[in-house]
Design a protein around this ligand. Sequence first.
Ligand SMILES: Nc1ncnc2c1ncn2[C@@H]1O[C@H](COP(=O)(O)OP(=O)(O)O)[C@@H](O)[C@H]1O
Ligand SMILES: [Mg+2]
Length: 312
Amino acid sequence: MEPEILLETRQAVKAFGALRAVDGLNLQVAAGEMVGLVGPDGAGKTTAIRLLCGALSPTSGQIRVAGYEIPRMVEKAREHIGYLSQRFSLYGDLTVKENLNFFGEVFGMPDAERKARSEELLRFAGLSKFADRRANALSGGMQKKLGLATALVHSPKVLLLDEPTGGVDPVARQEFWHLLVGLLRGGSAVLVSTPYMDEAMRFNRVIFMNKGRALIEGSPRELIQRLKDRILELAAEPQMEARRLAVLDPDVEDVHAFGDRLHLRVREPSGPIARLPGVLAAGGVRLLHMLPVSPTLEDVFIQLLEMDQDAS
Ligand SMILES: Nc1ncnc2c1ncn2[C@@H]1O[C@H](COP(=O)(O)OP(=O)(O)O)[C@@H](O)[C@H]1O
Ligand SMILES: [Mg+2]
């Protein structure tokens, strides 16, 4: 049996005046899937998520969540939705436990069930020790975990997380993802937005969004195949000069810096590999290494964004 589709949009449009923040978006997320909505600021990620949780009505198109049409059946759908908004707020003066309790009350959970569920989530989130600490005395990373826990109190089938790791350090981000994956063994459908390209590898499937539209969709592995044999990594000093010279090569389409390395996107690798060492040496650049590497999702997204830019 195919897993049930719990999140679906068909040709969804949300216009704010002349701006189409979401512009004909088609997406599906099945039970047990964690799908990433990845894209730069302003791509329309938040708007898409707010359409799915019924906070906004679509200008046109169809939306279904947990089998309910939105906005018509939004109240029914909400019973199954856990939503963490981009700027979610905890009640800073309430303790960790009181926050969970509050969100449980919002969903009308009976006392005993709410208590049991809160304790379970505190354990999962590694927050049991901090149950009586006030929320605004938690670290940023712990606040994110508590936020996630509050979105899960009513055991939703569908989870919508809008930039859940925004503004926290890499270690806390890592912990958050571990926690989420652990919590997902239950087969919910999860849609997570993130502007961090390096987080995209974590998803079963990635939808890359720009200007309200999905530019591409697939598993990280499938997406990376697009640029197989098209990336050369180069380390050289000074990097700026290496970059300037590399761009001039006829088979180099684009150069991006990844920390102390350059990624050259090439039409094919053999020409640049043959030519560049001489060109760089003549320009006074010290070549440390140059070799073909597997593309990253970031390489793929950069290429897609450039193509999208050229198309408009
Ligand atoms: N309530 C609103 N009124 C007008 N424009 C909006 C509103 N919400 C979002 N936008 C615009 O829609 C576009 C997409 O925004 P958003 O969905 O927040 O993108 P993202 O979450 O990917 O950064 C942006 O250009 C933003 O300025
Ligand atoms: Mg956003």
